[in-house]
Design a protein around this ligand. Structure first.
Ligand SMILES: Nc1ncnc2c1ncn2[C@@H]1O[C@H](COP(=O)(O)OP(=O)(O)O)[C@@H](O)[C@H]1O
Ligand SMILES: O=C(O)[C@@H](O)C(=O)COP(=O)(O)O
Length: 430
């Protein structure tokens, strides 16, 4: 069995959909499952993805949660581990990609792993160690404005070296495309860090662990990397690396649409989400969260939004309602000393609304944003997700049980999806 841990919930569904597409019977567990809690027993699954919310929490807490997840995956029989993080390497110099990688490598007793954020289907590529987003270097892309993990550098080895105790090495496209990757990894494994076949040198010689940042510009490159790393106990990256894995060929699951109210809850400030909100505003009733009102009277503000949504659903049951946090970048409020950060208020408000909407009969929701999805799915008390139909690169419908109510949930990474996703994704359910 393949065991995976993802540092946010959208990342978990992104990876799970890639695994399903590659023929893995895949279960997504929200948080670390107790054995009894998985309705699909591990022996009936080819892959288990544990969705964690570790991307932006304290590094020590992220490491502890990841170690617990690793132990659970191994208990379930996982023989290989896939550490999924963001294809835009969302992290800070304190972590959490590096500390988690270090801890997993140490617990697995492995001295070598690969670092592969590339996801060409979503426009993420790595060339000479530089991460590009649709051709723009990461540090110049809209990711530099992320409220929690602003990415202002594009150099993956440098980003990783700042937060990891591993020796960070970069392997270029030439090595990948010439078929020399396995040999290069072998020579690194035997600690010949000066291998002739590598075009760059180790950034840092720390512990015995070597983290190899591998370039990938195309899906063929990812297939090559997956093949060359098939015997590594630990692989790390975005979901793109899963393209090169293959399961036993299980058929995909088709989810049916539920009748009744639909909602879109968007806590993401990312450029793609802002474009989708602008598009959706013309098509569906919408409200922007008022941070000041939430700060002054949280309960009252949430109750007002619930009343508004129910009224809209009564007027037109076909139209989803949209509640969003950020229309323009200027809506983002930096955290200020002495007050609850706006990001917390947004996550709390959207999670409460998700619960209130579910109580009001809403069984289909699109949630935009990884942190936001983590908050919403936790509030709904969903423990496990079944992956359904794909909607866009890295975006899929999933189904989960929320306190006895079966819900269709689309957890969308802030940066993924076409402009019409918030209005168009519903038609994929049949
Ligand atoms: N107006 C705002 N001011 C500050 N932070 C905000 C605001 N609106 C949303 N946020 C926060 O920004 C973060 C966006 O992260 P996330 O949900 O992961 O989206 P993405 O997928 O785009 O990264 C969330 O924690 C959210 O609460
Ligand atoms: O790998 C990716 O880009 C996504 O799966 C992901 O993790 C995106 O994070 P969010 O934008 O915070 O959802």
């Amino acid at each position: 069995m393949l065991g995976a841990l993802a540092d946010d919930f959208t990342g978990a569904t992104d990876l799970a959909m890639a695994l399903v597409a590659r023929g893995f019977r895949t279960v997504v567990s929200i948080g670390v499952p107790s054995h009894e809690r998985l309705t699909v027993l591990p022996e009936q699954a080819d892959a288990v993805v544990i969705a964690l919310k570790t991307r932006t929490i304290e590094p020590s807490a992220a490491v502890a949660a990841s170690r617990t997840a690793l132990r659970a995956l191994r208990r379930m029989g996982a023989t290989r581990i896939y550490d999924k993080y963001c294809s835009t390497f969302d992290s800070t110099p304190a972590g959490n990609i590096g500390p988690i990688l270090d801890a997993l490598a140490s617990d697995l007793g492995t001295s070598l792993t690969v670092v592969v954020p590339s996801f060409p289907a979503a426009g993420r590529t790595v060339v000479d160690g530089q991460l590009y987003v649709h051709g723009t270097p990461l540090g110049e892309s809209p990711m530099r404005h992320h409220p929690l993990t602003p990415m202002t550098d594009s150099d993956v080895p440098r980003l990783l070296a700042a937060q990891s105790t591993a020796s960070v090495v970069q392997v270029g496209l030439g090595t990948v495309r010439s078929g020399g990757l396995r040999e290069a990894l072998e020579s690194l494994r035997s600690e010949s860090l000066r291998s002739e076949s590598l075009r760059s040198e180790s950034l840092r010689r720390g512990d015995e662990v070597v983290a190899v940042v591998v370039d990938a510009q195309s899906e063929d490159d990812l297939v090559t990397i997956a093949a060359a790393t098939a015997d590594l106990p630990l692989i790390t990256g975005g979901s793109g690396l899963a393209l090169g894995l293959s399961g036993p060929g299980a058929p995909p699951v088709r989810l049916s649409a539920h009748g009744g109210p639909k909602a879109v809850l968007a806590g993401s400030a990312s450029a793609a989400t802002r474009g989708q909100i602008a598009h959706a505003q013309a098509l569906m009733p919408h409200r922007r969260l008022d941070i000041a009102a939430l700060r002054a009277d949280f309960e009252g503000a949430v109750a007002g939004l619930r009343t508004w949504a129910v009224r809209e659903w009564q007027q037109d049951s076909e139209k989803p309602v949209l509640v969003y946090a950020v229309g323009e970048l200027s809506d983002v409020q930096p955290a200020a000393a002495g007050e609850v950060p706006a990001s917390d208020l947004v996550e709390q408000a959207l999670s409460r609304l998700a619960s209130e909407f579910a109580d009001a009969g809403c069984r289909q929701m699109i949630v935009a944003g990884g942190e936001t999805s983590g908050a919403v799915v936790s509030a709904l008390n969903v423990r496990e997700l079944v992956i359904g139909q794909p909607v866009a690169a890295g975006v899929t419908w999933a189904q989960g049980d929320s306190r006895g109510r079966v819900m269709n949930l689309l957890l969308k990474s802030g940066n993924f999806g076409d402009e019409d996703l918030m209005s168009g994704a519903w038609t994929v359910l049949s």
